[in-house]
Design a protein around this ligand. Sequence first.
Ligand code: ADP
Ligand code: MG
Length: 694
Amino acid sequence: MLNLEEVPLTQLKGVGNKLAETLAKLELYTLQDLLFHLPFRYEDRTRILPISQLRQGQHALFEAEVYSNRVVMGKRRSLELVVRDSSGQVTLRFYHFTAAQARQLSIGSYLRCYGEARLGRTGLEFYHPEYQVITPGDIHQVPDTLTPIYTLTEGIQQPRMRSLCKQALTYLNRGNLKELLPKEILSHLQLPVLETAIAYLHSPPVEADQEALLEGQHPCQQRLIMEELLAHQLSLLALRQGAQQHPALPCMNLEASQSFRNRFLAQLPFSLTSAQQRVFQEIETDMQQNFPMLRLVQGDVGSGKTVVAALAALNMVAAGAQVALMAPTEILAEQHLASFSTWLTPLGISVGWLSGKTKGKTRQTTLDAIVRGNLNVVIGTHALFQEEVLFAKLGLAIIDEQHRFGVHQRLSLKDKGLNSGIVPHQLIMTATPIPRTLAMSAYADLDTSIIDELPAGRQAIETFVIPDTRREDMLKRVQTVCESGQQAYWVCTLIEESEALQCQAAEDTAEWLTNNLPGLVVGLVHGRMKTADKSLIMDQFKAGRIDLLVATTVIEVGVDVPNASLILIENPERLGLAQLHQLRGRVGRGTLQSYCALMYRPPLSENGKQRLAVMRESNDGFIIAEKDLELRGPGEVLGTRQTGLVSFRVADLQRDAAWLEQIRPIAQAIQPSSPIAQALIERWVGQRKRFAEV
Ligand code: ADP
Ligand code: MG
């Protein structure tokens, strides 16, 4: 029996290496891939309509004789054919045509055409209809099923794709495409078996519910959607199981932990919120196990995740192992370094620093200190992921702002501590609240905790949306705020995607502001400045020596200056809502009433208007994330690094969100290590990856 997962497409008639390469661009490598390459819509070509019955906007199949054929000049040159059947006439128009084509479509020839009837200069016209020259009198069969329309790529057209899929379908019905879902599940959910579903979707009968098909609601589609989502969940659960098979260091030195904790909390100028306490307890419980914690802590900007991370670090140091804390940007990492040094050094804990920019001798010394175990806590950027960074005994890895790190990067962490026979517990912190639906699917490998409470005394940030024609007004506003002793941010984001241009814009803006606000000290930070220069400016801003900080989006995450009470963001319409929420979170971090001005460049698109309105109306990261998902789709929301996870073949996380909850218990019942699960993962997740890597 053939295993269609293994049969390459070159097995099909007419597929040589060249076409196989074209198909590979669509990630189609095997017969099974092709069978899973489902049409995204259908056309009804089962009936030949008389021309007199054609209506504007209608897609239709008709047959007619060419009555006239001429090239008209007009604004754009076109080949204009008038064609007739016994009921009437209509015009076909081609803007792109070859001389051969013009000859082929000569007067008197018969055509079968398919296209959309539109209103043109001669009445109803078809622009670039699909056509086929036919011999009148011959019997030309019409299809008796709906005609599938597939996603294509350059080098392949619908008719070719259709015939390939048709060929592939002949391999069905011999048990070649293995049904992996247990019968009980299918019958419980009232879903058809795999072969039935696939055959139906590639050529549905005329009476099929086209609306349901278009919306992905047909049971044959639902069956595949469900299988794909299930496979993804299982793959994440399998990753998790794999990770948890290794030993981790249980933090059982309760006395030392308690002593560190008491001293640490005593020096804080505030007490923990109850949400912080609850989440820390969840972490502490996990870290007492002898297999690695995999926990995601979500908490809105300003909810106080850093303190919680520090508490976790204390427990690990008390247990005698090292802690790594990773942040996605230098600025954020440095800020953590400052906080952790202030908090932990007085407790006799050594805190080190490693970034990509740590070079030469300093780097070597740091690497040595890490591998000898002379540093208890190491803070840094991605650089900590590098192979050459080895720890004496890494017990806990804390990753801040997870959405910037990929799952695989995260998993590579498990090798960092293997020399010592343990893998680190993992604590992942994100301020980008992940909509529940996405979290269930993209982070099924993580347990989650939510810090759902802001420290007392915080006031909601007031957000207003203004056109950039009011730039001068904003100048005054900034002046007023800064003259009252508070501070402000002016964030330049750019129309162009280039970092160089963005930095240039920030420089220009800083100059303009300096000239127009003579009484204020204006500072500038952007991504192209030297780290030392950036830190210097940040330190001065923190110390209150700079009134107004002009910045690019480098200040997006984590920057913590409670005296800043106004943030102005240029071109907010270009940014994702989650990013805007992050930026806005740079103010409102103390007890001052804070403001956020979103200064857009008119005109604003409808979608842009809606998105900015969401920002104006909500300060709740979770609500904003849900809206972002609604307005932008999951790929964008999770960020490009995660797209590997959310590129589904048939499922659509948003449309099919309802499945996720239903699938959870099914995934658990199937067990990620079972042969069925392995086969499902291989079919939907694994195989594509493997082929794609070749
Ligand atoms: P985020 O969750 O965005 O990372 P941070 O950990 O940076 O937030 O905390 C934001 C600010 O709130 C910091 O200045 C921090 O010291 C302060 N903070 C943290 N916890 C509390 C608390 N329980 N009460 C008051 N202030 C707090
Ligand atoms: Mg933070």
